[in-house]
Design a protein around this ligand. Sequence first.
Ligand code: E4P
Length: 217
Amino acid sequence: MKIFLDTANVDEIRAAHDLGVLDGVTTNPSHAAKTGRPFREVVTEIAGICSGPLSAEAVSRDTQGMVREAREVCSWAPNIVVKIPLLPEGIKAVSILADEGIRCNVTLCFSPLQALLAAKAGAAYISPFVGRLDDIAHDGMELVEQIVRIYGNYGLDTEIIVASARHPRHVVRAALLGADITTMPYELLMKMFHHPLTDLGEEKFLADWEKAGLSIF
Ligand code: E4P
């Protein structure tokens, strides 16, 4: 399963990239607003750090506006994917853009039927928001399970990005279900390292080594 970072914070993206485990980045308008920097400047800087797919969101409300914005952001770097909201106007934009070879990540997906529509329009990626579904007492990962099954039934090659992931359990379940990608905040990526037995074990190994006065060089 590929690991994407869900942020526009370049320091976090650089740190994840340096770990050697970063496959891509997703941003959204809220992330972009938090940087306090011009959008193009941030997006091109991220594109230079991570060569994997980088999602930048269209913010128009009508199809033509989304298409225009998509063409513009995709001209900034070769790895940019345009994020399009799951609305009729958005799905229409995805059909137009897919014909032009522009990759779309259809965002704000909360149902399997929405995911089916996105795939039929030619979306390269679908982003079911699991955490936001959990927030309203639904099971976000059940949606992922349904999409995996539906896409599998019909050989649809739209990649599934588990989005709005909030905790390590989401990541485990995404990987077990065979989702293509999970996009996550930097803190969640770092939580994936944690296990108390790893820390205890390392402490004991090093203590034994020092006590014996050993050295490698
Ligand atoms: C994904 O593409 C979205 O940017 C993101 O995962 C939303 O996460 P949130 O629900 O934690 O804001």
